[in-house]
Design a protein around this ligand. Structure first.
Ligand SMILES: C[S@@+](CC[C@H](N)C(=O)[O-])C[C@H]1O[C@@H](n2cnc3c(N)ncnc32)[C@H](O)[C@@H]1O
Length: 250
C-alpha cells in the first residue's frame, strides 16, 4: 500500500492518486533500465559523474562502514562508495527490478562478492531493522518517491545513532535567467534525446517535469530537519542544477 486512498500527488505535471504513483514510476524505470547509464552520461554530458564524486568527497567513506543506497538503481553510488573504502559494505535498494538487474550485470559488481547486496523494495517501507546502517544515500531518487517525508522518516529509523544521511537531487537554480536557459534545454532537448536513445519520450518528459516539482534547497533542508536529522546542510552543484543535502542522526 503506497498511499492513502483518495489522496492525490503529482507525477511530473499530472495529478494522480497516491496509490498509483509508485507503479507509474516503476514503469518509467523499467522502460529505461537497459539504457539508463548511457542516457545519464548523454543528458548531463557526463556531469553526473562529477556530482557523484562531490558526494563521495563530502561523505568521505571510512573503514568498515555499511552503506544503504536507496533508489540505488544500477549501483553508481554504491560502486563509488566501495571503491573509496575497501573494507566497507553496501546494500543497494530499488523499487525497479530491471534497474537492479542492469546494476548486477555491470563489470564492477563481479569483483565485489558479498560486500555488495541488491534488494528490491520501497524507500517508504524499508525491509531493514532499526539502527542498522552507518550511512544512507539516495541519489536522484527521492523526487520519485510518493511521500518524501515517509522516506526521510525511514532513513532516520534505519540509521545508527551517529549515522549520516546524504541526498543528491536535482534542485532549483537561484538565478532566473539561468533557470530559463536550463528549462529550455530540459524541456526541448531531454525528451527528444530520450526518444532517440531509448525510444521512450514520455519517461524523459516525466523526468524533467519531476525536477521542476521538487522543493528548493531550503524547503528540502527543512524537511530533513523535520524528520529528526541534525546539523542539516547543503551544497549547490553546478549553480543549483543539483544539490547535495547532508544530515546526521545525532
Ligand atoms: C533516476 S534513478 C537514480 C538511480 C541512481 N541512484 C543514480 O543516481 O544513478 C531513480 C531510481 O529511483 C527508483 N525509485 C523510485 N521510487 C522509488 C521508491 N519509492 N523506492 C525505491 N526506489 C525508488 C527507481 O526505480 C530508479 O531506479
Amino acid at each position: 500500500m503506497n498511499g492513502v486512498e483518495g489522496k492525490t500527488t503529482h507525477f511530473g505535471f499530472r495529478t494522480v492518486d497516491e496509490g498509483q504513483k509508485a507503479g507509474l514510476v516503476e514503469d518509467v524505470f523499467t522502460s529505461v533500465a537497459s539504457r539508463y547509464d548511457v542516457m545519464n552520461d548523454l543528458m548531463s554530458v557526463g556531469i553526473h559523474r562529477a556530482w557523484k564524486a562531490a558526494m563521495m568527497d563530502w561523505l568521505a567513506p571510512s573503514a568498515g562502514q555499511h552503506l544503504l543506497d536507496v533508489a540505488g538503481g544500477t549501483g553508481d553510488v554504491a560502486f563509488r562508495f566501495l571503491a573509496r573504502s575497501p573494507t566497507a559494505q553496501a546494500t543497494v535498494l530499488d523499487l525497479t527490478e530491471g534497474m537492479l538487474a542492469s546494476g548486477r550485470a555491470r563489470a564492477e559488481a563481479a569483483s565485489l562478492g558479498d560486500r555488495l547486496t541488491w534488494v528490491q523494495g520501497d524507500a517508504m517501507a524499508l525491509p531493514f531493522p532499526d539502527a542498522h546502517f552507518d550511512v544512507y544515500t539516495i541519489s536522484f531518487g527521492i523526487r520519485n518517491v510518493t511521500r518524501i517525508d515517509a522516506a526521510l522518516t525511514e532513513a532516520y529509523r534505519v540509521l545508527k545513532r551517529g549515522g549520516r544521511l546524504m541526498v543528491l537531487e536535482f534542485s532549483q537554480i537561484p538565478n532566473l535567467a539561468l533557470q530559463w536557459a536550463y528549462d529550455r534545454y530540459s524541456f526541448n532537448v531531454i525528451p527528444a534525446l530520450g526518444q532517440a536513445v531509448t525510444g521512450d519520450r514520455d519517461s524523459y518528459q516525466y523526468l524533467v517535469e519531476s525536477i521542476r516539482r521538487f522543493p528548493d534547497q531550503d524547503a528540502f533542508a527543512a524537511m530533513i530537519g523535520t524528520a529528526g536529522f541534525g546539523r542539516v546542510a547543503y551544497r549547490n552543484l553546478t549553480m543549483g542544477v543539483a544539490a547535495l543535502h547532508s544530515g546526521w542522526k545525532i
